[in-house]
Design a protein around this ligand. Structure first.
Ligand code: PHE
Length: 337
């Protein structure tokens, strides 16, 4: 019996030293308990006087092995924890997943910059509707039906008297109907024309400006444009006015800026002229003031309208207007600030 216990002690101790998991240790413990039960029940066959001595030996064996199990359990628990930590370890040097944040579209950037510049000169923003009546888009702007100037803008009609506005100038009328002079507004927005090539898109953005007050002259327009050109482009950018024609302004001018690419020497961008046309403008036609019940003998005003895409193309050196509408992120992300 004694030898059997010693053999079992050696066997269990050795097996225990090899266990690495709680499960293996538990299985070994079950095996030990079964063996121990066998030994205990074997005690019945012993002589009565031998039983107490042997009982002591068995008890000592049981306590010894149980203590060893406890000690090993602590070791195994530690081993298991370490294994778990190792498997869950986060490599903080791994590159993270990156998410791209959206950014403002170049047209919005330019629009915001224009608003900033003109707000600094006291202009307030007015936004008119994209669907306009024939009256606001043409008739009130001194462009009656059958007026040859309507040919300048190929219009998308929705109904007899309803159209997609071809110019933000329509907002001039709405503002003058709403407010009495002095007026100083800036009106950004989308406009639509049936026109489509590398520099024209059927939908584009304009920025309209309107100033009406006593004693406003063409000089005020010129001075304000010179200031705008410096702020939007460079300090050395010059402004040139050329006579032109718009039904709603008299006199009318086409406004050129000295070429930002060559500084006026002449290059491909300015087609060798040194100047780039950026906007149309003029003194508000008396007829237009009259249409809005503003007395043209008391008040005068100037108006201007520029294409936001055109300004963006010049500012960023974009050569095809279509890239502004394709929403290709490889193009757009170049404008993130
Ligand atoms: N509305 C004109 C255009 O679309 C531009 C313009 C605005 C001209 C205001 C004069 C005054 O071409």
């Amino acid at each position: 019996m004694k030898e059997k216990i010693e053999a079992l002690r050696a066997e269990i101790t050795a097996a225990m030293a090899k266990t690495e998991t709680g499960r293996a240790l538990y299985e070994l413990k079950v095996k030990f308990q079964t063996e121990l039960k066998g030994i205990m029940s074997g005690m019945r066959d012993l002589a009565k006087e031998d039983r107490p001595t042997f009982g002591k030996i068995v008890n000592e064996f049981k306590t010894d092995i149980e203590e060893k199990f406890e000690a090993r359990a602590a070791v195994v628990r530690q081993m298991e924890m370490e294994k778990k930590y190792a498997s869950e370890r986060i490599d903080i040097t791994m590159p993270g997943k990156s998410y791209k944040a959206g950014a403002l579209h170049p047209i919005t950037l330019v629009k915001n910059e224009l608003i900033d510049i003109f707000a600094g000169m006291g202009f307030k923003v007015f936004e008119g509707p994209e669907i306009e009546t024939d009256y606001y888009n043409f008739t009130a702007l001194n462009t009656p039906k059958d007026h040859p100037a309507r040919d300048m803008q190929d219009t998308f009609y929705l109904a007899e008297n309803l159209l997609l506005r071809t110019q933000t100038s329509a907002g001039q009328i709405r503002v003058m109907e709403q407010d009495a002079p002095p007026i100083k507004i800036l009106s950004p927005g989308r406009v639509f024309r049936s026109d489509d090539d590398a520099t024209h898109s059927p939908m584009f953005h304009q920025m309209e400006g309107l100033v009406v007050d006593k004693g406003i002259t063409l000089c005020d327009l010129q001075g304000m444009l010179a200031e705008f050109a410096k702020k939007m482009f460079t300090d050395s950018t010059k402004v040139r006015l050329r006579p032109s024609y718009f039904p709603f302004t008299e006199p009318s001018v086409e406004v050129d800026l000295s070429c930002s690419e060559c500084g006026g020497k002449g290059c491909r961008l300015c087609k060798g002229t040194g100047w780039i046309e950026v906007l149309g403008a003029g003194m508000v036609n008396r007829r237009v003031l009259e249409n809005c019940n503003v007395d043209p003998d008391e008040y005068t005003g100037f108006a201007f309208g520029m294409g936001i895409e055109r300004i963006a193309m010049l500012k960023y050196g974009i050569n095809n207007i279509k890239t502004l509408f394709e929403n290709d992120t490889r193009f757009l992300e170049q404008f993130e600030d």
